[in-house]
Design a protein around this ligand. Sequence first.
Ligand code: CP
Length: 297
Amino acid sequence: MLEIATDFKARIIEGRPVPELKKQVLGMLFFEDSTRTRISFEQAAHYLGLKTTNFAPSSSSMNKGETLKDTILTLRYDRLNGLVMRHRRSGAAALAAKFFEGPVINAGDGSHEHPAQALGDALTILEKKGHLSGLKVAIVGDVEHSRVARSNAWLLSKAGAEVRFVGPRTLLPSSTANLPGVPYYDLASGLEGADVVMCLRLQKERMLEGDLCNPNEYAKQYQINRTTLKYAGPDVLVMHPGPINRGIELDDLVADGPLSAIAAQVENSIFVRMAAIYWAFQDSKAKEKSKKEKILV
Ligand code: CP
């Protein structure tokens, strides 16, 4: 997928053609707010020649009590060819895939997974560091509620990186036994020698009252700024999936400074989403052929 994304990126930047998935209509189902994910999927679809149709839950028949299952079935019989879906519930995209009978791309489900975000982050790290294997990656902050943390931890550990989860006990999962990362409750030791620091947003909308009493208290102990970055390696890459709570997870000087890869994360998300859409619309034979022959386009 990263190879396909790299190829698409070069083609778009150099003005060379990319494959066209004409006559395909992609439904954009965002049951939760989004800026980056929605726009980059729209842009990716546009580059690949697909049409998109937006489904707005707030003005749909779900307001009259229609279930998610019936909504997905309706979109299937309306002959949409694929769906991009964000939902506040973990597992919602898997449920949609069961009833839609076509490609459903998960654009973030609850605190479960955000796979295309992790792909864009991996592409950004690859471009900046040249490799993923052997890197020490510190994922800092609200891991408990973060789909970005989970998808990155699975992807990066599979690619041979050492993943650390850094944050207060209230914001790290009570057991990390089922996750591929080691917990650190102290920022200095969690960041020691880190090649990549990935900050997470404090996801207040998913927190139970009392999980975090005071964001300023969090900032005092876990904010990434020029002082705390000294715990990490000298060429550390600073990342954040956005949206940022500026002055809480990250200070302005680091967010907008030379070590920040945040702009590259946003741009690369277009190309990995092109790769995801392209891959999802290939039939299984074509997938096997591109895998074997490394023919990307
Ligand atoms: N990173 C991310 O998912 O951002 P949005 O919520 O703006 O899509």
